[in-house]
Design a protein around this ligand. Structure first.
Ligand SMILES: Cc1cc2nc3c(=O)[nH]c(=O)nc-3n(C[C@H](O)[C@H](O)[C@H](O)COP(=O)(O)OP(=O)(O)OC[C@H]3O[C@@H](n4cnc5c(N)ncnc54)[C@H](O)[C@@H]3O)c2cc1C
Length: 418
């Protein structure tokens, strides 16, 4: 058994864990970061890079429920279930459906919008503090549509967004093409979200946070955490390299957090993974000025330093099953339909990652344990990149027993106490 001298061990070097590690180091705490792989190896490396402050509505909605059969039957559809995984995912799905009740749905939307409203400023501050604002492109984003009938539903969506003060404008076809000339003339218009942004490379972002935290004194060890328990003195963690004893721990290992949360808090948290895919087109540099989402096809195209990233889709197949890269490749078909010229797909690279998702679409941001030994930051589903810098600020406040900027009640682990 090794007794660690650092103030806190952070488990998980994704965008959430590294942001928290950096914020804690900046606040004067010493951090040991553990990850079984290289930092950023999980969902955080391949996401769509969209600082999606406009996405204030939870995944669960009656609208989605009505579209479900069509989506599941379409082989190019945005949603798929590995039917062998159905028995395991059913309880989570039932909770998701139960959260569609208007009161619960509104509570989640309120809580999401609280986080999203402050997320871009938090990124600006965090990246500013390490002189890396170059990684953030604050140019807004577009939600484009192809079918005339989509316009009405987007205008309704726009009205709903205005109740949450999300800045949004409708662009007609000419305005859209002026903004993004490469897009096909088949696209009829778009919603524009000026208060959104994108990052130029999600993996480089995590690496920049990691390096900055190391410069501030953070130590790192590549090892898997296999278990843990609370003791009188704090926390004991089982790792591939032996037992580590420490005073406090932050669980930030994304979609894999469930067993550790159980071991250290006793709570059986309904954490599932929504697997998502991307296809990177390295030859399509500077094709688009901003991230463009297709309203009908439900995927996003983000201009990055390494090319155009096509990303999205949701697949329920658990943590262990092999990736089905056909789902990444189908994104190419969808993207091609949005351009009049053939896309250059030379060197296209498929990727799959695991979003950590809870059935109310809210993350857990909390501190618990008899002496506050266990901090928690996981379950950020489709918005982990968006909310990471803000999560880090809140975790740092919790750690230092400071009043938090927002009431953290909606994000507490106790909402799942069983
Ligand atoms: C296709 C796709 C597109 C997305 N697009 C966006 C987007 O545009 N905007 C947005 O905001 N979000 C997006 N997301 C969601 C976002 O990527 C995730 O919410 C976010 O990356 C989660 O970060 P994390 O740090 O919690 O998890 P991860 O990045 O998965 O990191 C977890 C880390 O923990 C480590 N780990 C796991 N278990 C252990 C263990 N037992 N011991 C040690 N280490 C362990 C892993 O190796 C990993 O490095 C997207 C996701 C996908 C899949």
């Amino acid at each position: 058994m090794k007794t660690m001298t650092q103030d806190i061990i952070v488990i998980g070097g994704g965008v959430i864990g590294t942001s928290c590690a950096l914020a804690l180091q900046q606040a004067g705490q010493s951090v040991l970061l553990l990850d079984r792989e290289a930092p950023g190896a999980g969902a955080s490396s391949g996401n769509a890079g969209h600082i999606a402050t406009e996405q204030v509505f939870p995944l669960a909605s009656t609208e989605i429920l009505l579209q479900l059969p069509k989506m599941l039957l379409d082989p190019l559809g945005p949603l798929s279930i590995d039917w062998r995984y159905l028995p395991q995912i059913t309880p989570w799905m039932l909770q998701l459906v139960s959260n569609m009740r208007p009161k619960v749905n509104k509570r989640s939307a309120d809580a999401l919008s609280t986080l999203n409203r402050a997320s871009l400023t938090a990124w600006r501050d965090m990246l500013g503090s390490i002189n890396r604002t170059d990684l953030l492109q604050e140019k807004g984003s577009l939600l484009a549509y192809e079918k005339p009938e989509t316009k009405a539903s987007l205008l309704t969506h726009m009205e709903k967004l205005s109740t949450y003060d999300v800045p949004v404008a409708h662009l007609d076809g000419a305005e859209l093409h002026e903004h993004a000339p490469a897009l096909s003339k088949r696209l009829l218009g778009a919603l524009e979200f000026p208060a959104t942004a994108h990052v130029t490379d999600p993996l480089k972002l995590v690496e920049a946070l990691f390096e900055a935290a190391q410069q501030q004194g953070m130590t790192y060890s590549q090892t898997a955490v296999t278990g843990g328990r609370l003791t009188e003195a704090g926390v004991e963690l089982e790792t591939a390299d032996g037992t580590l004893r420490c005073k406090r721990v932050l669980i930030a290992n994304g979609a894999y957090a469930k067993p550790l949360v159980r071991a250290l808090t006793g709570v059986k948290v309904p954490l599932e993974t929504e697997r998502g895919y991307n296809l990177m087109l390295p030859k399509e540099l500077d094709t688009l000025p901003v991230a463009v989402t297709s309203a009908e096809r439900r995927f996003i195209m983000t201009p990055m330093q390494g090319g155009l990233r096509l990303a999205g889709t949701v697949e329920f197949a658990g943590l262990e099953r092999e990736a089905n890269m056909k789902r990444a490749r189908m994104l190419q078909q969808h993207a091609q339909a949005l351009f009049d010229r053939p896309l250059n797909t030379e060197g296209a690279e498929p990727w799959m990652g695991r979003r950590p998702s809870l059935p109310d679409s809210l993350p857990v941001i909390d501190r618990t344990g008899p002496k506050g030994e266990v901090l928690l930051a996981f379950g950020h589903q489709h918005l982990g990149l968006t909310q990471a810098a803000l999560t880090a600020q809140l975790i740092s406040q919790l750690y230092q027993n400071q009043p938090t900027t927002y009431d953290l009640e909606p994000y507490r682990l106790s909402r799942f106490r069983n």
